[in-house]
Design a protein. Structure first.
Length: 121
């Protein structure tokens, strides 16, 4: 999102859980398109609030999993936010070899890019 629409757009990445570490395959496939994730850390919605991000200042939450959609809908009871669910392939358990795993992660990356472009051009 930041790569394609950074100017004038405030974007934060959050999830249902915070495991802080970003998956190495995610880092690799994003590096292929010059997106640096190695220093990126994931955090939960609760941590966003604790660290000072006012969820009420956002316009949209894009949920990529059913669990994220459920948590996002819970949040919208307290904040005036739109929630969109973009079902995506979870690549974490796919592929037997490194190349097969990378192919699965590329497919998910490209699926998300396609959804971004369909929404915002």
């Amino acid at each position: 999102m930041k790569k394609f629409y950074s100017i004038g757009t405030y974007v934060q990445s959050a999830g249902v859980y915070s495991d802080m570490e970003i998956d190495g395959f995610s880092i690799a496939v994003c590096q292929e398109m010059d997106v640096e994730l190695s220093r990126h850390r994931s955090r939960s919605f609760d941590e966003m609030e604790q660290w000072g991000d006012d969820l009420g200042s956002f316009d949209l939450i894009v949920a990529l999993s059913p669990a994220a959609q459920r948590r996002s809908l819970e949040l919208t009871r307290h904040y005036h936010l739109s929630v969109e669910y973009w079902p995506t392939i979870d690549p974490t358990g796919l592929g037997e070899t490194r190349e097969a795993k990378l192919a699965a992660y590329r497919q998910t990356r490209d699926q998300i890019i396609g959804k971004l472009q369909a929404k915002w051009g």
